[in-house]
Design a protein around this ligand. Structure first.
Ligand code: ATP
Ligand code: MG
Length: 343
């Protein structure tokens, strides 16, 4: 089987690199924050999607099985939402040695102080309560992301807004390496944010994220979806149906905005809610139906894919072979820039 048969790298198409840590099933935050966009982008760009298993290990070194167990889950999620391996290179980070090598080279141009200043890493360190026992790999994962991005010569990075500091740090590394090389061997990248750059969890307190255990996954069964919607945070001052309610910060409306296909209809609901006369039970019912309709076919397809693991492995292997060819040249360029290409 040749899953890459139709990939015809067109030199004029900008290159995309994006990806997900293999730390759990993908969720609605991924769907609206990046997956939906990737399905569109694969038609106009050379799109590479990295299953970031090594990055997943940076805070799971004590439990590597969690990462190993989730690699194929993530691939199944990609295929289930419509990412097409004939249009997109889906590849495995740990099986592309150039990425680890580049990380080592780039580590020499980044200071610990700079790594500690990265606001996303800073807040992750706090929320994971690492203290002084932070794994070195975790503190330095922005360097590994810079290696991933530059290895593919990617200029466009579709991400959620938690990743913006990583792209800033990547571009700093690019400029430093280009200065050392005396010419532009690496390209700077820019983010592509989706309409919903940070989907909150159902309680509205945090970003929906795998490691916080606050997700509605793309494989969630209908009962789980129903319970998640029922438990959603709304407007605590909206006690009776006839009371005027607040839409801003009301997670049910945040989700309706993100997922309901009929924006005009949601605007009329908002008006009614603000005036009074629309109950949370009704808005939740509308949202539940919308999420059931969205997730149910994805759930079915991902289960079918997971019943055919050989196919998932073949997709990943074939994409990884393609990625290994693509990333070699940048590694050679870097070694040459450092004067290390003796033979
Ligand atoms: P983990 O908790 O293990 O870090 P995660 O849920 O944060 O997992 P990642 O694999 O770290 O997911 O993120 C992959 C991509 O999805 C990133 O570009 C990230 O910005 C985006 N993303 C993740 N969660 C959300 C969200 N709630 N809203 C929008 N985008 C998101
Ligand atoms: Mg994350």
């Amino acid at each position: 089987m040749n899953t890459q048969a139709s990939i015809t790298p067109d030199q004029h198409q900008p290159i995309i690199l994006t990806g997900d840590r293999a730390t759990g099933q993908l969720h609605l935050g991924h769907y609206v924050g990046s997956l939906q966009q990737r399905v569109q982008l694969q038609h106009q760009y050379q799109q590479n999607i990295l299953v970031a298993d090594m990055q997943g290990l940076t805070d799971n070194g004590h439990n590597p099985q969690k990462v190993a167990d989730n690699i194929l889950n993530v691939v199944a999620d990609y295929l289930a939402v419509g990412i097409d391996p004939k249009l997109t290179t889906i590849c495995l980070q740990s099986a592309i040695p150039a990425l680890a090598e580049l990380t080592m080279y780039y580590s020499n141009v980044v200071s610990i102080a700079r790594l500690e200043r990265n606001p996303t890493v800073k807040s992750e360190i706090q929320s994971k309560a690492f203290g002084r026992s932070i794994p070195a790999g975790f503190l330095t994962y922005p360097i590994s992301q810079a290696a991933d991005i530059t290895a593919f010569r990617a200029s466009l990075i579709p991400v959620g807004d938690d990743q913006l500091p990583m792209l800033e740090q990547t571009n700093e590394i690019v400029r430093k390496i280009n200065t050392i090389a005396g010419k532009n061997i690496l390209v700077e990248c820019q983010p592509l944010l989706s309409k919903v750059a940070r989907l909150p969890s159902t309680d509205g307190k945090n970003k929906m994220s795998k490691s916080m255990g606050n997700t509605i996954t793309l494989g969630a069964d209908s009962k789980t979806i129903s319970q998640a919607v029922k438990s959603m945070y709304t407007d605590p001052t909206h006690l009776r149906v006839e009371d005027p309610g607040c839409v801003e910060g009301n997670i049910v409306f945040t989700y309706l905005d993100a997922f309901h296909p009929d924006g005009a209809y949601i605007e009329t609901l908002k008006q009614q809610y603000r005036q009074g006369g629309l109950g949370d039970g009704t808005t939740k019912k509308i949202l539940e139906q919308c999420l059931q309709d969205l997730i149910s076919p994805i759930r079915k397809r991902r289960a079918d894919y997971l019943n055919n693991k050989d196919y998932l492995i073949e997709v990943l292997k074939s994409g990884t072979e393609h990625a290994n060819q693509q990333t070699q040249q940048v590694l050679t360029d870097i070694k040459t820039a450092f004067g290390l290409n003796l033979f």
